[in-house]
Design a protein around this ligand. Structure first.
Ligand code: HAM
Length: 446
């Protein structure tokens, strides 16, 4: 049995054996390639995800929430058993009933499975879905590359493969990047043909690669037989000039694929969208047909792809569904957020609004009451759980980054008038209890 499977199955025995040592102190750290997304960064993540939801819903996409793990075979069939993602990077384990399950390395396969399982082909029009969540790939961690990676993806499934669908998906993606302030993005597009024309091109490519194989590195040499298209993806500097001389798929597309790609470009032009063609953009997952695309952002180093996607017209059928067309993308949120931060485009998000500086137990009931009202009105507010000296209270309010301190002393409670102190400049204003919320709301709008 595989070691990780053994751990899962034998957990009870493990706990029993380990019990005496469990009382000894031991520190834990997040597993390599995973991390905690903490405040204040988590606010930027929520902000970005919220922008995505708004943009996607404006294009009539609706959210689907998928399981984090699925049958291993779903990924092997969809993504391809010979790909790096399935062959080297999946977290796979044997469940207690001995079935093989894997943490999802991506979500397109799960969307296609759900589409078939719930008979979504009977829904009117195209089915437009989006998802937000973690994926798992056992890659070598580095800047912008994690083992738990977060994606925001969108997929369109249905009967039509009109290039206008591809163009609308790309428009939506670039609108989101623009609204989120992603610095200097470039959209690359390509067509990798269909079931008819691609195998013929792959044969031509393989033949040519065999002729020049001694000029290639070990990885590319192996790929000549397993997956020659992946040779085009090589980043090895010494292979670049050789790859430039290889036959290009554009010269081998069938008439229908050529027309589809040409119409896609017309559609992008119609929308005034900037793009670059990249004939080497083949993508690392097997399900793609025709349109493939990637978006890169500056300042991310070698891991600069913030989004990848393409058309996958045969996938649903391959998984036992009706013939269905599909296209979609996934944004790597980790990289998108890095790019927003590095580009200095991160919005200033509202933090703590009010710190309640209450003094003496006699004022505590008023402090609880007013805090409740302001929180009900949507104000982010901190109410210290224990009495504090006034100076200490203001000091903490400052350190917490509160915008205001609300001063509640015995005089204030007696007079029903409370002081709001703006911490940035010390300006103080007095308000009746029922005026506080209105004032804070008007300030928030500024
Ligand atoms: P992908 O190109 O494998 O495509 O991943 C999409 C994006 O996820 C990448 O461009 C990158 O930003 C991010 N990403 C992937 N792996 C990592 C990692 N280890 N660390 C950080 N970021 C990463 C897919 O997953 C397809 N399912 C996209 C798709 C949807 N195609 C059609 N529909």
């Amino acid at each position: 049995m595989h070691q990780s499977m053994c751990l899962l199955v034998c957990l009870d025995e493990f706990c029993a054996a380990a019990l005496p040592e469990m009382t000894e102190k031991r520190e834990f750290r997040a597993i390599k390639g995973t991390r905690d997304i903490r405040p204040p960064d988590s606010a930027l993540w929520n902000w970005f995800e919220q922008r995505a939801r708004e943009v996607f819903e404006a294009y009539n996409f609706r959210e689907i929430r998928l399981p984090i793990f699925e049958e291993t075979d779903l990924f092997a069939r969809s993504i391809g058993a010979d790909t790096d993602v399935v062959g080297k990077e999946m977290y796979t384990f044997e469940d207690r009933d001995e079935s093989s399950v894997s943490l999802r390395p991506e979500a397109t396969a799960g969307v296609a499975r759900a589409y078939i399982e719930h008979g979504m082909h009977t829904l009117p029009g195209n089915v437009k879905l989006y998802y937000i969540g973690p994926m798992f790939r056992r890659e070598r961690p580095q800047k912008g590359r994690y083992r738990q990676v977060y994606q925001i993806g969108a997929e369109v499934l249905g009967q039509s493969d009109a290039p206008a669908i591809d163009a609308e998906v790309l428009e939506m993606l670039m609108v989101l990047f623009q609204r989120a302030g992603l610095a200097l993005t470039t959209l690359y597009i390509n067509s990798i043909g269909c079931r008819d024309c691609r195998p013929k091109y792959v044969d031509v490519l393989r033949r040519e690669l065999r002729n020049i194989q001694d000029q290639l590195g070990a990885d590319s040499q192996r790929r000549i037989e397993t997956n020659p298209l992946r040779v085009l993806d090589s980043k090895l500097p010494e292979e670049q000039s050789i790859i430039e001389t290889l036959p290009r798929i554009a010269d081998h597309l069938c008439a229908a694929c050529r027309q589809h790609f040409s119409e896609l470009k017309d559609e992008l032009n119609l929308r005034g969208m900037a793009y670059r063609e990249n004939w080497r953009l083949v993508r690392g997952l097997d399900y793609y047909t025709r349109t493939t695309f990637e978006v890169t952002a500056e300042g991310l180093g070698s891991q600069n792809a913030v989004c990848g996607g393409g058309r996958y017209d045969g996938l649903v059928e391959l998984l036992g569904g009706h013939p269905t067309k599909g296209i979609g993308f996934a944004i790597g949120s980790d990289r998108a957020i890095l790019s927003i931060q590095d580009g200095g485009q991160a919005p200033k998000l509202p933090g703590l609004g009010v710190f309640v500086a209450w003094m003496s137990t006699a004022t505590y009931p008023a402090a609880v009451r007013i805090a409740g009202k302001l929180r009900d009105g949507g104000v982010s507010l901190e109410l210290p759980p224990e009495e504090m000296k006034f100076k200490k209270s203001l000091g903490l309010a400052d350190k917490l980054g509160a915008r205001y301190a609300l001063i509640i002393g015995e005089d204030e409670v007696a007079s029903g008038t409370f002081t709001l102190k703006r911490l940035a400049d010390g300006e103080q204003k007095k308000f009746k209890e029922n005026e506080l919320l209105e004032y804070l709301e008007s300030e928030r709008r500024v």
